[in-house]
Design a binder for this molecule. Structure first.
Ligand code: 5RP
Length: 222
């Protein structure tokens, strides 16, 4: 199976996971990226079975609306029963690196408001140790150089993701050569640097369910 087919399989599996719990009043948290996009496309087929969605990016909001799915502000909704999103890396603790698509902050906010975070990923994303994928850090633009210097002190090789402005008007630094031993501790340490909005480690609030697309089928871990 190709990576695209595996992404497709986990998107469908996420639909099967949430379908029995949908009510006409349900608002679903929806993530960002190519795997989340497939989920959105399948979700559109269930229109009428749920109320709408909260999106973790302008791009996902646009895709949802294109399918005729109502998009709500998180502040109107409060909590969502499910948040479905992809990952750049995920480990056995269901800790993740996210933010390859620069949507990490909104993703973390929607995840924080979700009763259940369902991570959908193809097998290439599963790792023994987080960090081969460069860890994204969203920064307030004027703090970029300062934050980069602090990231060097933590052992990273920070690289400014040129030309990218987040939905929040901020910039992204990617941390290369930065294998992570203790994801929760590193998440907190980076977030404590002045000028950091958030970093792409999702460990304090990891996933509750992982649907991992393998050539043998979708493996569910909870
Ligand atoms: C976007 C993300 C995505 O979830 C992550 O990059 C995975 O994307 P894809 O499903 O395209 O591989 O965190 O900010």
């Amino acid at each position: 199976m190709t990576q695209d087919e595996l992404k497709d399989a986990v998107a469908k599996a996420a639909i099967d996971e949430i379908k029995p719990h949908l009510e006409r009043s349900t608002v679903i948290g929806v993530g960002t990226g190519s795997t989340a996009n497939r989920f959105i496309d399948y979700l559109a087929r269930l229109s009428g079975d749920f109320k709408g969605a909260v999106a973790s990016s302008a791009a996902s909001a646009e895709r949802l609306k294109t399918h005729g799915i109502d998009v709500f502000e998180l502040n109107e909704v409060g909590t969502v029963p499910f948040y479905i999103d992809g990952a750049d890396e995920v480990n056995a603790h269901l800790h993740m690196i996210k933010g390859g698509g620069a949507a990490l902050t909104r993703e973390k906010i929607v995840a924080a408001c979700a009763e259940r975070f369902i991570c959908i990923a193809d097998a290439s994303k599963y790792v023994a140790q987080l960090g081969r994928f460069p860890l994204p850090v969203e920064v307030i633009p004027m703090a970029r150089s300062y934050v980069a210097r602090q990231l060097v002190k933590l052992g990273a090789d920070p690289v400014y993701r040129e030309g990218v402005v987040t939905d929040n008007g901020n910039q992204i630094i990617d941390c290369y050569d930065f294998m992570i031993e203790d994801a929760e501790a590193m998440e907190a340490k980076i977030n404590a640097i002045v000028g950091v909005v958030t970093n792409g480690l999702f460990a304090a609030r990891g996933a509750d369910v992982l649907l991992l697309g393998k050539k043998e089928g979708v493996e569910r871990t909870a």
